[in-house]
Design a protein around this ligand. Structure first.
Ligand code: FES
Ligand SMILES: [Fe+2]
Length: 405
């Protein structure tokens, strides 16, 4: 059973990704950043929200890509289908929907002059229509944005003709995983949204390698997980998934705090669970190593900006969105499958929340310091170890999109 832990990591130079150092202008160049907006964010599938937030016809949420000056409204139609539109009135461009989420009664009415659009984006009514002279309502519907659902998450694509379907894009991920993550069992528990002074790729980098755990998280989770028990793998030929990793707990647990041990009796926390505890989550057999006694989680990097962590009883999503070459928004959302029924459950959930907050705060501080140093020109390139192979794969995928190779 420990074959996965004993298996060697992908050796440097044994894959097509090579061994070269990564130039730091990958994280600082304004020109590279502009090309990323144009060739990555305007072409790739982007995770916009959770489908279960659109339970009834008329339910909507908006998704904002500020760096592209783009607002999208995602709405459930009367036919149950989820559609996305530019949140822009076709009369003179007013934002039609101003709330982040809610339920539309029948349709969307522009707050400027009252043009009314149906849930399917069609233009239904124009006040004083005859004053326009020649207006064909059938051609003035809201401009559609491609939308599809995988794993219970709504993805949108700003490319008017997406080059790949969402399923083609996420191809290495199994249908079983999509079912597990997409199950109705999950409900949103907590999350954060932070403004981070780093390039948008750096928070992602920090979530796809375990090399930093021993030092970077020595005050928190280094007791529970280590670099050696983080097993990365790459999907060299994937369009939209650079790689993934499994996280296992070490054979000998270090010092788990008394409060951590107590909390673990009531369920999985962010990065710890009692090995003996039985979980009731469905579809667990689809997670590759979930029956391994020391398995903690599977993580996947969904290009370009999302990291998905899947555990027993818990999934969490991290997304970054660019603001400038040196700033991004970092959003974290946790979903749990088990309802809180007792004080112990609540204690467990709260302990897990505080623990992961502390861990992610450590990452944030580090990536902000990195950005400052890269901007100063203190270093001009970075070496990557084989434990950081997903970052190499990620780098190559970005370069492929922006046309750098
Ligand atoms: S801009 Fe929307 S109705 Fe005029
Ligand atoms: Fe970290």
């Amino acid at each position: 059973m420990d074959a996965i832990l004993d298996a060697p990591l992908p050796e440097q130079g044994t894959h097509a990704l090579g061994m070269e150092k990564i130039p730091t202008d990958f994280y600082t160049s304004a020109d590279h950043y502009e090309r990323e907006l144009k060739h990555v964010f305007a072409r790739c599938w982007l995770l916009a929200g959770r489908a279960s937030d659109l339970a009834k016809p008329g339910d909507f949420f908006t998704f904002q890509v500020d760096a592209l000056s783009t607002s999208v409204v995602v709405v459930k139609g009367k036919d149950g289908a989820i559609r996305a539109f530019y949140n822009a009135c076709t009369h003179r461009g007013t934002k039609i929907v101003t709330e982040q989420s809610g339920r539309l009664r029948g349709g969307m009415i522009c707050p400027y002059h009252g043009w009314a659009f149906g849930l399917h984006g069609d233009l239904l009514n124009v006040p004083d229509e005859e004053t326009f002279g020649c207006l064909d309502k059938s051609t003035e519907g809201l401009r559609a944005v491609a939308a599809d659902v995988w794993g219970g998450f709504v993805f949108i694509n700003l490319d008017p003709r997406p080059q790949w379907s969402l399923r083609e894009y996420l191809a290495p991920l199994s249908e079983g995983l999509a079912q597990y993550v997409g199950d109705d069992q999950w409900s949103w528990s907590f999350g954060w949204k932070s403004e981070v002074k780093s390039n948008w790729k750096s928070p992602v980098d920090a979530q796809v390698e375990g090399y930093h755990i021993t030092y970077g998280h020595r005050r928190t989770i280094a007791r529970n997980v280590t670099a050696e028990t983080t097993r990365p793998y790459i999907f060299e030929n994937s369009i939209g998934v650079p790689g993934g990793h499994h996280l296992f707990r070490p054979e000998k647990l270090g010092v788990q705090t008394p409060i951590g041990l107590l909390s673990a009796k009531f369920g999985a926390t962010s990065l710890y669970a009692e090995p003996e505890r039985e979980f009731e989550a469905n579809h667990l057999n689809v997670l590759k190593f979930s029956n391994h006694p020391r398995w903690i989680l599977d993580g996947y990097l969904l290009f370009p900006n999302t990291v998905l962590f899947v555990q027993q009883g818990q999934i969490f999503i991290q997304r970054t969105l660019p603001v400038s070459p040196h700033e991004c928004i970092w959003e974290v959302d946790f979903y749990h499958s088990e309802k809180m029924k007792s004080f112990g459950d609540r204690f467990n959930r709260e302990q897990g929340r505080i623990q992961i907050r502390d861990v992610l705060s450590e990452d944030l501080k580090i990536v902000e310091g990195i950005q400052e140093n890269l901007r100063s020109g203190a270093i001009s390139s970075m070496h990557l170890s084989k434990q950081e192979v997903i970052i190499r794969s990620y780098y190559h995928m970005v370069k492929r999109f922006v046309g750098g190779q």
